[in-house]
Design a protein around this ligand. Structure first.
Ligand SMILES: Cc1cc2nc3c(=O)[nH]c(=O)nc-3n(C[C@H](O)[C@H](O)[C@H](O)COP(=O)(O)OP(=O)(O)OC[C@H]3O[C@@H](n4cnc5c(N)ncnc54)[C@H](O)[C@@H]3O)c2cc1C
Length: 410
């Protein structure tokens, strides 16, 4: 790779960030235009919002939004083929269960009906929910609650999904697309030439036609730091905020993971707005090797944006991500977990900090930035961007190729 700051490495597309969305975007660019040189640059130091072994993928959106439901459905449809072609398994089909008020459950059920997804519905008037899913509390779930279950959903392993997307990208591009560990520190679009220049932490410079910022919760701070959020068009993207999140990993015995909990689907529980993942084996060292159920959710706690400088944001995020999260939230999650799973024999509890970006209207933001209209920023995944990442990545790839074609049009 070019390390001389005076001469840039010339590629067609730079994708900053090799998370679920950046990896999917790069793969779709390469599959659609195998002749393009694509440089995926993934930070050697910044933490990823998907650094975990389980992220829920549902055929519907838990909040009942059509935009997200469609992205989820398109992504899940492509999992089997991506696994087969890459030889890397990343999706575990366990089904998905949503438990809540009649209105909450109907929102999801209506979308499953509309898409022809086979599903079952239960009321809890006579303890029907605990009867169907024996590990759940018979008395704890309100009697007026209902549940809807589908067998299509499950969870993805984000690391494996990224590896599969990278393998498919390399295969399609025959080596023209690469992944490099480095942090994009400066992204500029030259108004005169329309070319983008990307400077990295390891002293390299890339010149490209189009740059995609798929840096997870770092996208908005990076775009801001690079002066890309100054005009009206980008004002909307500037509203993206970063929320602190805490999850609890609750260790279960292998005999329970493979026994009573073997059929456990992913769960969205309306009361307290929490989600729960079925037991996943974590190989250690952190948390210690074993089977863990994960619970997360609760109210959003935003980072202060009154001084959104890059230095402050990076420092605050680094401090937060290396902490155990919020103790109060962890205690609340523990209480809900024990209440929902009264007969499960939990061995240990580990809380973890994480973060994701949100927008005020709950929608995903894919925004074209820069004077050359050739920087595409992705943000506000609302804590649900890993399951639908393949479809989001395909849409971002489409946008990037349109920008590339517009730039090269005679
Ligand atoms: C606690 C928690 C639970 C969640 N649960 C779910 C769930 O159940 N289902 C679901 O679908 N989603 C879930 N999410 C959300 C999901 O993880 C994110 O939406 C998803 O990871 C977003 O993918 P991404 O590729 O945009 O970003 P990320 O996964 O954060 O990846 C971004 C990548 O870019 C790199 N990067 C950052 N800055 C730079 C830079 N300047 N230069 C180069 N590289 C850079 C990072 O190192 C990282 O590798 C959850 C999130 C959290 C925090």
């Amino acid at each position: 790779m070019n390390e001389d700051p005076r001469t840039a490495t010339r590629v067609d597309v730079v994708v900053a960030g090799n998370g679920p969305i950046g990896a999917a975007c790069a793969r779709h660019v390469s599959e659609r235009r195998p002749e393009l040189r694509v440089a995926v640059l993934d930070s050697e130091r910044l933490r990823s919002g998907s650094d975990d072994l389980g992220r829920i993928a549902r055929p519907l959106d838990a909040e009942g939004r059509d935009e997200w439901t469609a992205l989820n459905a398109r992504s899940i449809d492509g999992f089997e083929e991506a696994e087969r072609l890459s030889g890397i398994q990343f999706f575990t089909r366990k089904g998905s269960l949503a438990i809540g008020s009649e209105a909450f459950v109907e929102r999801g059920a209506a979308r499953l009906r509309a898409r022809g997804v086979t599903h079952e519905r239960r009321t809890n008037a006579d303890g029907g929910v605990a009867e169907a899913w024996g590990f759940l509390a018979r008395d704890g779930i309100p009697s007026e609650y209902e549940a809807v279950w589908d067998e299509v959903g499950g969870y993805v392993n984000p690391h494996a999904m990224r590896a599969a997307q990278n393998a498919l990208m390399r295969r399609a591009s025959e080596g023209r697309a690469t992944v490099t560990r480095t942090t994009c520190e400066r992204v500029e679009s030259n108004a005169a030439t329309g070319e983008c220049e990307v400077r990295t932490s390891t002293g390299e410079t890339y010149a490209c036609d189009v740059c995609v910022l798929a840096c997870g919760f770092y996208t908005e701070p990076l775009a801001r730091e690079c002066g890309l959020l100054t005009d009206d068009a980008s004002a909307d993207f500037g509203d993206v905020k970063i929320a602190r999140r805490t999850v609890l990993l609750a260790e279960v015995l292998e005999s329970e993971a493979l026994g009573a909990l073997a059929t456990m689907p992913t769960i969205k529980y309306e009361a307290k707005s929490v989600y729960v993942l079925p037991p996943i084996y974590y190989p250690g060292p952190e948390p210690a090797p074993g089977w863990y159920i994960k619970i997360g959710g609760g109210p959003l706690d935003y980072f202060d944006k009154s001084d959104p400088s890059w230095a402050r944001t990076e420092r605050e995020l680094a401090d937060w991500m290396s902490s155990d999260g919020d103790e109060v939230v962890a205690d609340q999650l523990q209480e809900i977990l024990f209440h929902l799973f009264p007969s499960t024999n939990f061995q240990s509890l580990t809380s973890k900090a994480c973060a994701y970006s949100t927008s005020d209207d709950g929608s995903l933001k894919i925004q074209t930035l820069g004077p050359g209209a050739n920087i595409i920023a992705v943000g506000a995944c609302q804590g649900k961007g890993a399951g639908p990442a393949d479809a989001i990545g395909a849409d971002v790839a489409e946008r990037a190729l349109r920008a590339l074609d517009a730039r090269r049009a005679p």
